[in-house]
Design a protein around this ligand. Structure first.
Ligand code: NDP
Length: 258
């Protein structure tokens, strides 16, 4: 028996920043599988184009990679216009690109602070604002922006004994992202633009590879499901928020944290 609940992005164009690997790559694949065309924004990975093209071929949709630093305001605007011209009107954005500097608090520098906040906070704001501006200028009235925040926006995990979590700047940047989501949602709601955040728990990607086995086991044990997530386990919530099924959801932060 069919539940009657399907999500299709046929004829849509959705941007995923950081869509070439990790959680973003899982979003890219899930959107393509649901029939959507995907524009992947990446910073420097050499294989981003190849990886993206493969997804397009596998699911029979348009998938193109665009090299663009999300912190560069002029470049983000130019890239979005290029995507619109090459792929068609953009209907959704997942602002997912993020970085961490895994160091104990005593070793963190002002440069580390600027790097983490520049990408995680300003980069998210910069892409979301460029998207919202394009939609407003072009009179598009039902855009959805989904942001990858983190469970650490609200919850600071207990550190294993003598093993610092090494996420002081990262965690606080995600708290800022959580607040930013609500602010943008409130400001743009009257224009038909929804903004929501997904807050993953620990996910197996390059970002968690650095973790010492002892710390990883300790953290996994603290999760009720007793494991880290796989990237594809984030996609159900992302697709829902992007879709019209979530037409009354904005300004929310949704935890996918096991
Ligand atoms: P990865 O480290 O696997 O990938 C990061 C992605 O972001 C890459 O595609 C990278 O591009 C891109 N990127 C980084 N900086 C920029 C920039 N300045 N401009 C454009 N693209 C950029 O990350 P994850 O998949 O682990 O994380 C994705 C998101 O999820 C992040 O926001 C992260 O903070 C968040 N998150 C992750 C968790 C985890 O446990 N992994 C838990 C909670 C939240 P390139 O390949 O070119 O470098």
């Amino acid at each position: 028996m069919s539940s009657g609940f399907t999500i299709s992005f046929a004829k849509q164009v959705i941007i995923v920043t950081g869509g070439n690997r990790g959680i973003g790559y899982a979003y890219t694949r899930a959107i393509a599988k649901a029939g959507g065309n995907v524009a992947v924004i990446y910073r420097s990975s050499k294989d981003a184009e190849e990886v993206t093209n493969k997804v397009g071929k596998e699911f029979g949709v348009m998938a193109k990679a665009y090299k663009c630093d999300v912190t560069d305001t002029a470049l983000v605007k130019k890239t979005m216009m290029q995507i619109r011209d090459e792929m068609g009107p953009i209907t959704g954005l997942i602002a997912n690109a993020g970085v961490s500097v895994p160091k104990p608090a005593f070793d963190l520098t002002h440069e580390d602070f600027k790097m983490v906040y520049d990408v995680n906070v300003f980069g998210v704001f910069n892409t979301a604002r460029a998207m919202a501006k394009m939609w407003m200028d072009e009179g598009y009235k039902k855009g959805s922006i989904v942001i990858t925040a983190s469970m650490s926006s609200q919850i600071i995990n207990q550190a294993a004994q003598n093993e610092p979590l090494m996420q002081v700047f990262y965690n606080s940047s995600k708290a800022a992202v959580s607040n930013l989501t609500k602010g943008m949602a409130s400001e743009w709601a009257s224009k038909g633009i929804r903004v929501n955040a997904i807050s993953p728990g620990y996910v197996n990607t390059d970002q968690t590879l650095h973790m010492d086995k002892k710390v990883r086991d300790f953290q996994a044990h603290a999760v009720p499901l007793r494991r880290f997530a796989e990237p594809h386990e984030m996609t159900g919530q992302a697709l829902l928020l992007l879709s019209e099924h979530a037409s009354y959801m904005t300004g929310g932060e949704y935890f996918v944290d096991g």
